[in-house]
Design a protein around this ligand. Structure first.
Ligand code: NAD
Ligand code: WQD
Length: 337
């Protein structure tokens, strides 16, 4: 089976491409490289030991997408392409709606033209807003506090409408919790542009000496030590969730919405300690103000993924931190090094 991976040069897409190829799928990567480097694909090719078909293009361009479907008989799409920085989405909402929402609609339109009607979409735990309780189940109320989150909610709804209009569509909405970690080779990983928004790359850049200290955003939450609690999931476990979803997609009778998380929550300070253990480096930090829009606690109930995908996360926080450290220490400047 041939799978189109939009955003396949990015962080989660590159890891998923490896597992897809290892599972026997053929992959075509489609990416506009707005937040990725071609070097990531070269390194994925080195890991899997074969060349990968890559088409440079934008999901908002029908012409770019038609080139893919004309050149390849695509059986299913894993749709990672999108912009993901929450703060940036508040400053540039129209860019986010155009890229994430319009881009996804154009992608579905062109898929439909070529009778390709199976899609796995990267949604996010951000669609649960501030949950009334944890662990979070898929049927919890949905809300969003920023344009990025709303773009994910909108695409989920668009895809459900597409199914209502044509029940031949096979749709899986995967809601990721907090992806971290890197491939065990240490050759690919998360490579944020500029100042990282997310905790784990900030910790690892502090450990490697690129940042002086981590600002811990608030220590007065109602949590184990006052700092925010999240469900960090190893990116390779997350990637495996996509392979399991793809293996089963033909059998799903209706759109599936599935949490991909571990079910365990760790605080910011617990993650700092785990990283110090893994790296044997000091991670300096200072307590700072709460970050606007943050919630105290977020972790998944992952039992539905176990039931319908026969999937569960296998890697714990120590392995996550060891793998991030291998990537960070071997590539202190990311792919440009
Ligand atoms: P990433 O930025 O590393 O990867 C996204 C890829 O999409 C990049 O390679 C980028 O160049 C490409 N892209 C963006 N806009 C495009 C367009 N218009 N046309 C073609 N390519 C385009 O991000 P990631 O962390 O790998 O995330 C992948 C997906 O998962 C995103 O949709 C993101 O919103 C979602 N997600 C990520 C997280 C997270 O914390 N990393 C959590 C939940 C959901
Ligand atoms: C984790 C914890 C911070 C940075 C975001 C998006 C979400 C999803 C994943 C895509 C929080 C604290 C962080 C720092 C800190 N992305 N922190 N200092 O906020 O759970 O989720 O990424 O879908 O949509 O909102 O992840 O890694 O930013 O923060 O103290 O420098 O670390 O306050 O408690 P978050 P994060």
């Amino acid at each position: 089976m041939k799978i189109l991976v939009t955003g396949g040069a990015g962080y989660i897409g590159s890891h998923t491409t490896i597992l897809l190829i290892e599972a026997g799928y053929e992959v075509v990567i489609f990416d506009n490289f707005s937040n990725a480097s071609k070097e990531s694909i070269r390194r994925v090719e080195a890991i899997v030991g074969k060349e990968i078909a890559v088409i440079e293009g934008d999901i908002r361009s029908r012409e770019d997408l038609r080139k893919v479907f004309m050149a390849h008989k695509i059986d299913a799409v894993i749709h990672f392409a999108g912009l993901k920085a929450v703060g940036e989405s508040v400053e540039q909402p129209l860019r986010y709606y155009d890229n994430n929402v319009n881009g996804s609609a154009v992608l579905c339109e062109v898929m439909s033209e070529y009778n390709c009607k199976s899609i796995i979409f990267s949604s996010s735990a951000t669609v649960y807003g501030d949950p009334h309780t944890t662990p979070i189940l898929e049927n919890f109320p949905l809300s969003a506090t920023n344009p990025y989150g709303r773009s994910k909610l909108m695409v989920e709804e668009i895809l459900r409408d597409v199914y209502v209009s044509d029940s031949e569509w096979k749709i899986v909405l995967l809601r990721y919790f907090n992806p971290v970690g890197a491939h065990a080779s240490g050759t690919i990983g998360e490579d944020p542009n500029g100042l990282p928004n997310n905790l784990m790359p900030f910790i690892s850049q502090t450990a490697v000496g690129k940042r002086e200290y981590l600002s811990v955003f608030g220590n007065d939450y109602d949590t184990v030590d006052g700092t925010g609690v999240r469900d960090y999931i190893h990116v390779v476990d997350l990637a495996q969730g996509h392979v399991n979803a793809l293996d089963r997609i033909k059998n799903f009778k209706e759109p599936m919405t599935i949490n991909l998380g571990t079910g365990n929550g760790y605080s910011v300070l617990e993650m700092v300690e785990a990283f110090e253990r893994a790296s044997e480096k000091k991670v300096s930090y200072k307590i700072a103000e709460r970050r606007a829009g943050d919630i105290a606690t977020c972790f998944a109930d992952p039992s539905y993924a176990k039931e319908v995908l026969d999937w569960e996360a296998k890697r714990g926080i120590d392995e996550m931190c060891e793998d991030v450290w291998r990537w960070q220490s071997q590539n202190p400047s990311g792919y440009i090094s």
